[in-house]
Design a protein around this ligand. Sequence first.
Ligand SMILES: [Zn+2]
Length: 341
Amino acid sequence: MPGTITVWEKDPALVGRFTTAPIPDVAKLPLAFNFPAARPYSSDKTTEDFRYWNAASTLRRAADFWAASSTPPAEWNGMAVLDVYLDRDVALQSKYDGQSLSFYHGSPVGHPEVVVYSGASPDLLCHELGHAILDALRPDLFDRGFLETDAFHESFGDMSAILCAMQLPTFCAAVLQETAGRNFWSDSSLSRVAQQFGAALRMEDPKQADVACLRNAWNNHLYKDPAGLNNTGSATEVAANPHSFSRVFTGAFFEILAGMLAIRVGNKAAKPEDLQQVSCDMRDILVDALGDAPFGEHFYETVAAAMVRASLGPGSGRGPAVQTLFQNVFVRRKIIAPAIV
Ligand SMILES: [Zn+2]
């Protein structure tokens, strides 16, 4: 084994975006993993050996990020060690089932030449890990069959993908370069979650993914009463299913994240460490709010109001200006009413 390894920063579709990482200790507590037997390292991105170390490094980094939060989970929901299956079967899928993380490989119908490994994408690894983290923090929210709690679970997965990517200084620097001269609240490799997987799903059915990725956190979707929505719809409209409806909350989150960065840096240029700091501040506001948001059918409004309350402080990156930002975005998105907080 070399002393360090090379892994994808965020998604295999971002060709050329690698970073160097230490050899991960997947068995480290808290939030340990049980992986299949370790494989020899390979820097060849097409191999199972590379995918093993890419996944081990990404999940370790992501779990450490959440373990460092202001209200960290002591362990996974009901267990100290989480099983990880890197190539469980043939499917275009990845999932958390309450016991383990599972990743698959598959091809879009009619395109056998395209083979996608969901476990190769840090976005999907960190999305599924997000489900496991939320389940550890709030076991009462998992798989309840209510649209808003199920959709919040999906949104938390995408928020986890975005926040975990922001732990990499190399990726933060690349995103700042990519968004230089325009609003950070814009379409970027940070906002686009799971580009490679999304492209494969779109080959099968364009309804299943946003235009340039699986789901784009840069969107302008507003909350609508789910009772008036269809269960399925085109990618450009919100439907009453958890993945589609999650984009309303993730969209508000990403808009607020950009606003937090603007408040932090003022009229100075943002640096990679500014991105990393606002990601930690947002993480802590999220987990603190989860301790103040009782389960209910209208969970979006409940958790958003708790985030508005938490954003006042005390805590890093909080205060009246940040609270006003949270309030304004959630109101504009129609997730909370103007007078709710
Ligand atoms: Zn999910």
